[in-house]
Write a protein that binds this ligand. Structure first.
Ligand code: NAD
Length: 289
């Protein structure tokens, strides 16, 4: 059993922290939102008054925050100042790789061990503890963290040094964005042709076009239910990370550029807090529907 400080108890963090409590860990969490703290307490965890109280004395600190400014604020601004040498810090947020590298560098100066460990699998994966977890950092730290990852996910892979987890997550996000855009175009084509979209997608889900978006989201998309899930705002952030990572290594990703613009359009139309499946609304608009 470890004493775990868990910071960021949102759509993903709440079920993840709950699994860690259920696995027997002593979890003390913090979130700016009091409702999130109440959920942690109800699950058997302890609510902290602030980041310092969650992190101080922890063997492991996990962060699951929206973006790099929050990670910088929480980790560089507080956590590294209050944890003991040898503490393991696992950042599971999706952020730009260079921030993961900066965090690793600052942590090393204090003798704190760090992994970047972003996840894929969405809210369903977090609730069912079936996340894919892509981990960057030192092999020995990965080995130490593995029992925690196995509580949260099914596919856990050490993909390289610090920052590598975030690069793999960027690759994930550009693919997921593209899949949503094409599932949306399939729905538009089927409906405009007078074909039952649900029946059409049901059969496609058994063929070569099978994918997790079809499995998990085809019914809600056809029904135009766009409750998040994963917010357009966060996917917009991730497309920016993917394009910046591509620029960093001087490669052109033209399709990623297009998907980024479609998601930017969804945000500009005011859909930022809807689920990313609401990309369908942009695709429909383009199609003249
Ligand atoms: P969310 O907005 O639901 O949760 C983030 C939480 O962080 C919020 O509860 C917020 O109050 C809290 N927070 C923000 N700043 C804070 C601070 N300074 N101190 C303490 N708490 C703070 O977002 P989410 O959907 O849970 O996503 C979290 C991360 O996981 C993001 O980086 C996202 O890109 C990534 N992610 C999300 C999904 C998904 O399907 N939702 C899937 C994979 C990865």
């Amino acid at each position: 059993m470890s004493r775990i400080g868990f910071i960021g108890l949102g759509i993903m963090g709440t079920p993840m922290a709950g699994h860690l409590v259920a696995a027997g860990h002593d979890v003390t969490g913090f979130d700016l939102n009091p409702d999130a703290l109440a959920k942690l307490t109800a699950a058997g965890g302890t609510a902290a008054a602030d980041v310092t109280a969650a992190a101080r004395g922890a063997d492991v600190v996990i962060t699951m925050l929206p973006n790099h400014p929050q990670v910088e604020d929480v980790v560089l601004g507080t956590v590294l100042d209050v944890v003991a040498e040898g503490t393991l810090l696992i950042d599971m947020s999706t952020i730009r790789p260079e921030t993961s590298l900066a965090v690793a560098e600052a942590a090393a100066k204090k003798g704190v061990r760090v992994l970047d460990a972003p996840v894929s699998g969405g809210e369903t994966g977090a609730k069912q503890a079936t996340l894919s977890i892509m981990v960057g950092g030192d092999e020995a730290d990965f080995a130490a963290a593995r029992p925690i990852f196995e509580v949260l996910g099914k596919t856990v892979v050490h993909v390289g040094p610090h920052g590598a987890g975030q690069v793999v997550k960027a690759a994930n996000q550009l693919m997921v964005g593209g899949i949503y855009a094409l599932v949306a175009e399939a729905i538009v084509l089927l409906e405009a042709s007078g074909v039952d979209a649900k029946a059409g997608l049901d059969v496609l889900a058994g063929g070569l076009a099978a994918n997790r978006v079809l499995d998990l989201k085809r019914e809600s998309m056809v029904a135009r239910e766009f409750q998040p899930g994963f917010r357009i705002d966060l996917h917009h952030k991730d497309m920016g990370i993917a394009l910046a990572a591509a620029r960093q290594v001087d490669v052109a990703l033209p399709v990623t550029g297009l998907i980024a613009q479609l998601i930017a359009s969804a945000r500009a139309r005011g859909y930022g807090s809807l689920d990313h499946s609401a990309l369908l609304k942009v695709i429909e608009n383009f199609a003249g529907r």
